[in-house]
Design a protein around this ligand. Structure first.
Ligand SMILES: Cc1cc2nc3c(=O)[nH]c(=O)nc-3n(C[C@H](O)[C@H](O)[C@H](O)COP(=O)(O)OP(=O)(O)OC[C@H]3O[C@@H](n4cnc5c(N)ncnc54)[C@H](O)[C@@H]3O)c2cc1C
Length: 268
């Protein structure tokens, strides 16, 4: 039985460029740095593509963001996503994690048929980890968070068994479909974009759904629909670091001295 899989991807600043971000510009919504697909979301997409390859079906990617977020959808299409939709509307600006979940859930509801929703465990910028559980709550589907492995998926019995990563070990959980999964990096190794798909994806002009298309309540999106506000954004103060070179005549002597120092500092 073929699967309809939805993957939520967020366009985020490239973490390699984070030190360059000016907090004042970021507060205004323009970090002025290269943007990429949120790393965890690539793992979610990879898992969706593998499930499609195994069971058949379709992978649809959704992103909520401004026009430039189309690039994230193009990247997903170059990896093999079948359909892509941009959720963009001036009314969505300033949405916090709760409002974002409401908007994404509205789009998934509009898609109609879905067996699985895949998200990353968190974004590297907003970092709340709240969006995926929020989508599950709005759609009244089970949420399986921190998924490190899909053990089994039975489209006929309509259930999925996963391993969830806990602080000390793994938990095996079974849930009925449709279900929402948020994934961790242990789950797979994302593929590189396919050469043949890159050119096709570059021309992708996805449909844009806004508040009207989704039939959402304007009071529940954007700034007015958000319970939280960014009042300030700052870089942490630079830490004063000291560097010490351990001296010794031989490597063994240096290693012994280093081990003594680490023991003395209670690092080991
Ligand atoms: C100018 C500006 C102002 C902001 N002001 C506020 C504010 O006042 N209060 C506040 O709380 N936040 C604010 N934000 C942050 C922003 O709203 C959040 O980043 C967003 O709501 C998603 O939350 P998150 O990044 O913590 O996602 P997480 O919950 O950490 O993401 C988990 C997963 O959810 C999915 N996901 C998350 N976001 C999206 C998306 N947009 N599209 C598709 N999938 C997604 C992805 O699969 C992701 O891996 C602001 C952002 C900007 C740029």
């Amino acid at each position: 039985m073929a699967l309809n899989i939805v993957v939520c991807i967020k366009q985020v600043p490239d973490t390699a460029e984070l030190p360059k971000i000016d907090p004042a510009k970021a507060m205004a919504g323009d970090e002025g740095v290269t943007r990429v697909v949120n790393p965890w979301d690539e793992y979610a997409l990879e898992e969706a593509l593998r499930l499609k390859e195994k069971h058949g079906g379709k992978v649809t990617v959704l992103t909520m963001g401004p026009e430039r977020a189309v690039e994230a959808l193009r990247k997903a299409a170059s990896m093999g996503a079948d359909d892509a939709i941009l959720l963009d509307d001036p009314a969505f600006a300033g949405s916090d994690a709760g409002a974002t979940a409401y908007i994404l859930a509205g789009a998934i509801r509009k898609l109609g048929v879905y067996d699985l929703i895949l998200c990353g465990k968190q974004s590297v910028d907003g970092d709340s980890g709240q969006v995926a559980p929020g989508i599950a709550r709005h759609l009244h589907v089970p949420q399986l968070t921190f998924v490190a492995k899909i053990r089994a998926l039975d489209p006929t019995a309509r259930n999925i068994t996963v391993e969830r990563l806990l602080e000390e070990g793994r938990e095996v959980t079974l849930a009925p479909l449709p279900a929402l999964l948020s994934v961790v990096k242990e789950i797979n190794e994302p593929r590189y974009p396919a050469f043949l798909l890159i050119r096709k994806a570059a021309k992708l002009q996805p449909p844009v759904w806004g508040i009207k298309e989704l039939g959402l309540d304007p009071a529940r999106v954007g700034r007015q629909g958000s319970a939280t506000r960014w009042s300030d954004l700052r870089k942490p103060p630079a830490r004063a670091t000291q560097c010490e070179i351990i001296q010794g005549a031989t490597a063994a002597e240096k290693a012994a001295k280093l081990a003594d120092r680490l023991l003395a500092e209670k690092v080991i």
